[in-house]
Design a binder for this molecule. Structure first.
Ligand SMILES: N[C@@H](CCC(=O)N[C@@H](CS)C(=O)NCC(=O)O)C(=O)O
Length: 207
């Protein structure tokens, strides 16, 4: 049975849990990460030397890095529709996944840490305001993309990319600052609510 190491509140662990729901893949999950077993434990560092969740153990195969895990699970467990083989379709999925993990993640980080996590180290109002601006700019681009597809981020069909992007939209909704109305993002959220994976691991009250 697939083993997932990581607390269920972590956005990166939730990507993996949602992917398992899409693939109807059973798993055992162990709570690791802040508030639970420490990822600095030697047993954990032996699996992921970065000391971060999620990690999966699939037989004798160990893998860390959430988007790599999503791609592996889709490839290994019949997720061709989630991660198409056709090079251009696949590249479009990768493009949005990579953007989420890099630019979008970077944009929201100070605002999220300051406004939601209330981290004492992230209370500089100028840094929070700049992050809110960057995040809003990124979300406007996403809104335009979703308005153009009228469906999902990579196109007409739900793909792996909608997992990190869907969780990001959920985080946007839960972060308290003055945000513009983004009608296509709102409609996308309604569309995602039809999926059990999003209801369980995305739209579950956690930011
Ligand atoms: N790039 C990594 C980032 C993983 C990451 O930042 N994980 C956080 C939780 S969301 C973590 O492990 N924090 C340390 C901890 O909780 O102890 C991925 O996508 O898997």
């Amino acid at each position: 049975m697939l083993k997932i190491l990581g607390k269920a509140a972590s956005i990166n662990v939730r990507k993996v849990l949602w992917a398992c729901a899409e693939l109807q893949l059973p798993y055992d999950r162990e709570d690791w990460g802040s508030g639970f077993r420490p990822t600095a434990a030697p047993a954990f560092l032996a699996l992921n030397p970065h000391g971060q969740v999620p990690v999966i153990v699939d037989g004798d195969f160990v893998l860390w890095e959430s988007h790599s895990i999503l791609r592996y699970l889709a490839a290994q467990y019949g997720g061709a529709a989630l991660y198409p083989a056709e090079p251009r379709e696949r590249a479009r999925v990768d493009q949005w996944m990579d953007w989420q993990a890099s630019d979008l993640n970077r944009a929201w980080s100070p605002a999220f840490m300051g406004l939601v996590r209330r981290s004492p180290a992230h209370q500089d109002p100028a840094a929070i305001a700049a992050s809110c601006d960057d995040w809003t700019r990124a979300m406007r681009v996403l809104d335009a993309r979703l308005a153009a597809t009228g469906a999902y981020v990579a196109g007409a069909d739900f793909t792996l990319a909608d997992i990190p992007i869907g969780l990001s939209v959920n985080r946007w909704r839960h972060t308290p600052f003055d945000k513009p109305a983004l009608p296509a993002v709102r409609a996308y959220c309604e569309r995602l609510r039809r999926r059990e994976g999003f209801r369980l691991h995305g739209d579950n009250g956690l930011p």
